[in-house]
Write a protein that binds this ligand. Structure first.
Ligand SMILES: N[C@@H](CCC(=O)N[C@@H](CS)C(=O)NCC(=O)O)C(=O)O
Length: 220
């Protein structure tokens, strides 16, 4: 049975859990999940560090394979466990999804992460509200690019759902929750109607609602 280390409140663990759900793979039947990270600990033990020297979640073990980096774990699952053909196999759908996965990690998440960590993981006295607002507003601009793409197609990689949508939708969800919880600190959230329609589609057609957090997990 596959083993996944990671707490459910982690956005990167949520990506993997959502991907597993789309593939029809069930916790305790097809994979075992071990709570790890933050107050659960585990991720700094010598045994865990042998699997993932970064000491981060998610980490997946599937037979001989030991994988970390959430987007890579999704790529692996979508290729190796795609028995229900949930994710399209044609090369353009795949690489159009790949480009958004890389964009999510390299361009989108860095500014949003600053706003997220600043507001949910940093004690109030240590927060730099100017930086938090600036980075949130940068995220507004970046999501504008995704919104423009979604004006012409239903999903990030074309007209079928793919793992790129998973990574992006969880970031969009955090962007919405952050603004709802701290509107004066983030500044206005851009109103992006194509993103809103896409998110609604994901809520209706996928396991998004089973996985995405209902509210921000605030640890200070
Ligand atoms: N780029 C990595 C980042 C992994 C990461 O930063 N994980 C965070 C949770 S989202 C973590 O393990 N933090 C330490 C902890 O939870 O104790 C990925 O996408 O998997």
């Amino acid at each position: 049975m596959m083993r996944l280390w990671g707490r459910k409140s982690s956005i990167n663990v949520q990506k993997v859990l959502w991907c597993l759900a789309e593939l029809g793979l069930k916790e305790d039947k097809d994979f075992e999940r071990i709570d790890a990270g933050l107050h659960f600990g585990v991720n700094n033990t010598p045994e865990f560090l042998k699997l993932n020297p970064n000491g981060l979640v998610p980490t997946l073990q599937d037979g001989e394979a030991v994988l970390w980096e959430s987007n890579t774990i999704m790529r692996y699952l979508a290729r190796e466990h795609n028995k229900n053909k949930r994710f399209p196999l044609d090369i353009m759908a795949q690489y159009n999804s790949e480009k958004w996965l890389d964009w999510q990690l390299a361009s989108m998440w860095p500014p949003l992460r600053v706003a997220f960590l600043g507001l949910t993981r940093t004690p109030e006295a240590e927060r730099n509200y100017e930086v938090i607002r600036k980075r949130y507003q940068d995220a507004n601009q970046l999501f504008g690019l995704l919104d423009t793409t979604l004006a012409n197609q239903e999903y990030c990689s074309g007209n079928q759902f793919h793992i790129g949508d998973i990574a992006l939708a969880l970031c969009v969800h955090r962007w919405i929750l952050l603004n709802a919880a701290f509107p004066e600190k983030t500044g206005p959230r851009a109103q992006l109607k194509n993103i809103e329609a896409w998110l609604k589609r994901l809520e209706q057609e996928t396991h998004f609602n089973d996985i995405a957090e209902k509210e921000l997990n605030i640890v200070k």
